[in-house]
Design a protein around this ligand. Structure first.
Ligand code: PEP
Length: 265
């Protein structure tokens, strides 16, 4: 069954106090919301995931205990199991503190930290081996779209990053399509552009792995998704949720996005 997911990537933002306040407010809202929805007819609350900086992982995991419907993940992991990698964090460590997700291949990691296909595939392997769900990001740069190469660029990123694995591994992966030109820019892909690329991604999966896995895999959209445009983006059949940057730092906006996901089935 395909999961509907709304994920917040906090990036390198917020003091510990600010992080606690944001998470605390989100927890209250989620608790109230769940009660209202569960009293009604539907039980289609999306899974909510927050990606705080590493330092705050344990604090957030302790806060979101029990049945809050909020999972916690890391924004990155290293591509080796362990060793002399000063300042780095291993997938096994992330799992050991109780996190369940990890973002891999975010465009900021690709462009600012030179992370390429081979290294990202290693990270995905380690994430899976250590019981984490990788949220694998792909997306084209603006010149690539303007040159009509966006479908090929995304296909190549997926082929190298995740479409080499066994079926039972791919089933545990979440994909995030994040056009680089839309990240943090205020320019969002139109609902049609998002749907078209998500359908393309699902077809790539279907062609190699079959109908069932293609139907079950969650594909999130990321790139200036906000409280205003989320509803329209999520109304597309292949857009299963969002990976949200800036708008996840404002509880009202993030919560509205969660509601838009739920309202769109
Ligand atoms: C992101 O960084 O994954 C992202 C989608 O950022 P924003 O929502 O701010 O564009």
């Amino acid at each position: 069954m395909r999961k509907k997911i709304v994920a917040g990537n906090w990036k390198m933002n917020l003091s510990l106090e600010e992080a606690k306040t944001l998470a605390g407010e989100l927890k209250v809202k989620m608790d109230q919301y769940k009660d209202t929805i569960l009293e009604g007819s539907g039980n289609n609350i999306p899974e909510v995931v927050i990606f705080p900086p590493y330092l705050y992982l344990t604090g957030m995991i302790d806060l979101f205990v029990h049945d809050d419907g909020v999972s916690v993940g890391a924004q990155n992991c290293h591509h080796e199991e362990s060793g002399a990698f000063t300042g780095e964090v291993a997938a096994s460590m992330i799992h050991s503190v109780g996190a369940s997700y990890v973002i891999i291949g975010h465009s900021e990691r690709r462009s600012q930290f030179g992370e390429g296909d081979k290294l990202l595939a290693e990270k995905v392997k380690l994430a899976l081996k250590n019981g984490l769900t990788p949220v694998f990001c792909c997306g084209e740069q603006l010149p690539e779209r303007e040159a009509g190469k966006h479908f090929q660029v995304v296909a190549d990123q997926l082929l190298h990053g995740v479409l080499w694995m066994e079926k039972d591994q791919l089933e545990r992966v979440v994909i995030a399509y994040e056009p680089v030109w839309a990240i943090g820019t205020g320019k969002t892909a139109s609902p049609d552009q998002a749907q078209e690329m998500h359908a393309h991604i699902r077809k790539l999966i279907r062609d190699s792995y079959g109908e069932q896995i293609a139907e079950n895999i969650s594909i999130l959209y990321g790139g200036s998704c906000n409280a205003k445009n989320a509803g329209e983006l999520f109304s597309n059949p292949d857009v299963d949720g969002g990976l949200i940057g800036g708008a996840s730092l404002k509880v009202e906006d993030f919560f509205t996005i969660i509601k838009r996901r739920q309202e769109n089935g």
